[in-house]
Design a protein around this ligand. Structure first.
Ligand code: SF4
Length: 326
């Protein structure tokens, strides 16, 4: 299938008092049209930096130092900020932010804020944009959609505010939606409802989705494929069923062992994700890896093809298996 988004060997560095710190180190990811891809990893693994790189909203101290982000044939790393804001972000790439509580300005009516998106990116026909928005509010199950436009953000629950953001992200019929851990602040029942809703909307509309999460349960329910990240590096990727049933990279295996549904251990992975300012050399997981050997600290292991839709970057798979870029 054609990739709507192809990230290749993306490195992002952030300026600190002690020099440049590499937040992403040759991260790689691909999403086909209509596909839902999960990006998984602990906090501090670079998931949000990856999202911000694609959306062109890296903080001023950060910059892309290497690699490419191609969106439907357009190279985003070199696209100027005005074109990014006018043609891509919000129009062809919808965004669902992490915190539905922070996603609205409390002093403006919801309708004013949602129709602002349409004014920027819509058809130019205000009545048509409003009608589409009301239809979307119906699809995301907001009661009384017309009345909802006249209400203020505090008059909606957290789950409803997230539904409103989903409608806003879908408004311009984007090719890709990026959702950055949108359900984290919600209770478990609402999380499940939102995940089911997002899956149904994406499948019905054929919109591709990049869904950032730290929860393999969400991956199992929602995602066709999954990319596992650790400390800014892509360590394993493949079909969700393959990764969930037969994870190969030591980090993925430990992450899955910690998931409450599997409950092999509730202790978590010993140690913590390293600070990017003092990231270990070579495979960044080596200080925590039970399978580490001296060679692991010397060079970034190349991605190795392990099956038809399965790759991992680890020296354990280097011999006798074909190498490929992840
Ligand atoms: Fe562990 Fe080495 Fe593989 Fe990294 S490369 S996951 S440290 S065995």
């Amino acid at each position: 299938m054609t990739a709507v988004l192809a990230i290749r060997d993306l490195s992002v560095a952030i300026r600190t008092d002690d020099g440049l710190a590499e937040v992403l180190d040759h991260a790689t990811l691909e999403i086909a049209r209509g596909e839902i891809v999960g990006v998984v990893g602990e906090s501090g693994c670079g998931k949000s930096t990856l999202v911000r790189s694609v959306l062109g909203i890296l903080p001023p101290a950060a910059r892309v130092t290497e690699g490419s982000i191609r969106f439907d044939g357009v190279e985003l790393t070199t696209l100027d900020a005005r074109a990014m804001a006018r043609d891509i972000r919000g129009r062809r790439i919808g965004f669902i932010p992490q915190d539905p509580y922070q996603a609205f300005n409390p002093v403006f009516r919801v309708g004013t804020q949602l129709l602002e998106v349409a004014r920027w990116h819509g058809t130019g026909d205000q009545a048509a944009d409003r009608a589409r928005l009301i239809e979307l509010l119906r699809q995301v199950q907001i009661p009384d959609p017309e009345g909802a436009l006249a209400r203020y953000p505090h008059q909606f629950s957290g789950g409803q505010r997230l539904r409103l953001r989903i409608a806003a992200a879908m408004l311009c019929r984007p090719d890709l939606i990026i959702a950055d851990e949108p359900t984290t602040a919600l209770d478990v029942t609402t999380q499940k409802q939102i995940i089911a809703l997002l899956g149904a909307l994406a499948r019905e509309s054929g919109t591709a989705m990049l869904f950032v999460t730290h929860d393999f349960g969400v991956v199992a329910e929602l995602c066709d494929r999954v990319v596992v990240m650790y400390a800014g590096q892509t360590v394993e990727c493949g079909a969700s069923s393959v990764i969930l049933d037969r994870p190969r990279h030591p980090y993925t295996r430990l992450l899955l062992d910690c998931h409450p549904d599997r409950a092999a251990t509730l202790a978590g992975i010993p140690g913590s994700v390293p600070s990017v300012i003092a990231a270990p050399s070579g495979c960044r997981f080596h200080p925590r890896c039970p399978s580490a050997s001296p060679v692991c600290s010397t060079a970034l292991p190349p991605a190795t093809v392990l099956g038809p839709d399965h790759e991992a970057a680890c020296v354990l798979f280097g011999a006798g298996e074909s190498h490929a870029s992840a």
